[in-house]
Design a protein around this ligand. Structure first.
Ligand SMILES: NC(=O)c1ccc[n+]([C@@H]2O[C@H](COP(=O)([O-])OP(=O)(O)OC[C@H]3O[C@@H](n4cnc5c(N)ncnc54)[C@H](OP(=O)(O)O)[C@@H]3O)[C@@H](O)[C@H]2O)c1
Length: 263
């Protein structure tokens, strides 16, 4: 049986944790339905490598490997890739679920007067630069995955609709909007480079919906009834969309339903 290896960055965040739980659960369910599950048997078809940062993981599973990683520190990203290489020669899917909108002391800007360099640069580092650095160090592992144009390897990052320049009707949130727009450009660039140097890898940026996590908590007041997704629902939708992506879709910006978002 072929083992499918996932690498989830931000595995203790709202959406990231839901993704890790669902992937681990899928493995358990598949074993149960095929009768191959055995609590002492580590020969499974899904392995999940997940990163944590400040929040310590609060769950374990047989085929789940937690790795400490700070996405603002290239050395830490490199070290995480080395740790994975000790367990496997390849990764099939990478999903970066880490992100930043506010901190304990800083909220997204309502007006230009609130703009501060340090917070702006922190947004750029976490939301935009990190995915490029992760791609740089994970490429050799993606290169060794078994893949085809129909079932490509995946390099996905959770972006945000507010990173769309043409969709911007409200203004505000300079640091977050600009960092997500920069992420989108970086991933589009990467999709072009990898279409030449790394065949059959789909690079995507995704809008997860408005999801009930600590990141969105201060801003949920205006969300219409039924429009606030649970992390589990959002993760399920995003995984479903990714499972239908072909290599031809590399360089897309899509939402949780698979609908294209204008750049
Ligand atoms: N929730 C929404 O409504 C919504 C809407 C649109 C887009 N998004 C995007 O979806 C993604 C996930 O958001 P979420 O709602 O799940 O937020 P969340 O619950 O706050 O999770 C964010 C994750 O990012 C990690 N992270 C932040 N800085 C990091 C660093 N330097 N190194 C490593 N990990 C770091 C956090 O870990 P620590 O806390 O341990 O540092 C946490 O695990 C983000 O990119 C966000 O912009 C969310």
């Amino acid at each position: 049986m072929n083992t499918k290896n996932y690498f989830i960055i931000g595995g203790t965040g709202g959406i990231g944790k839901a993704m890790v739980e669902q992937l681990v659960q899928t493995a358990t369910n598949e074993h149960a339905s095929t009768g191959t599950h055995n609590s002492t048997n580590s020969n499974t078809d899904i392995r999940v490598f997940a990163t944590y940062h400040k929040s310590v993981p609060d769950f374990e599973a047989e085929n789940l490997y937690w790795i400490a990683m700070d996405i603002c520190d290239e050395q830490s990203i490199k070290q995480a890739a080395e740790t994975i290489k000790q367990q496997t020669t390849y990764i099939d899917w990478v999903i970066n679920c880490a992100g930043l909108l506010h901190t304990k002391t800083q909220q997204p800007e309502k007006a230009l007067q609130q703009l501060e360099s340090e917070f702006f640069l922190q947004n750029m580092q976490v939301n935009a630069l990190a995915s490029l650095l992760i791609a740089k160090h994970i490429k050799p592992l993606l290169a060794k995955s078994e893949r085809s144009s129909d079932k490509p390897a995946i390099f996905a990052t959770i972006s945000a609709r507010v990173g769309s320049i043409s969709d911007n009707q409200l203004g505000g949130w300079y640091s977050y909007r600009m960092s997500k727009a920069a992420l989108n450009m970086g991933m589009k660039n990467l999709s072009i480079e990898w279409s030449r140097s790394l065949k059959d890898v789909c690079v995507v940026v995704m809008q997860p919906g408005t999801v009930n996590t600590q990141l969105s908590a201060p801003f949920q007041g205006n969300v219409a009834d039924g429009q606030l997704f649970s992390p589990a629902y959002s993760a399920e939708c995003l995984l479903e969309v990714l499972s239908k992506m072909g290599a031809a879709q590399s360089g897309s910006f899509v939402d949780w339903a698979g609908e294209s978002i204008p750049w």
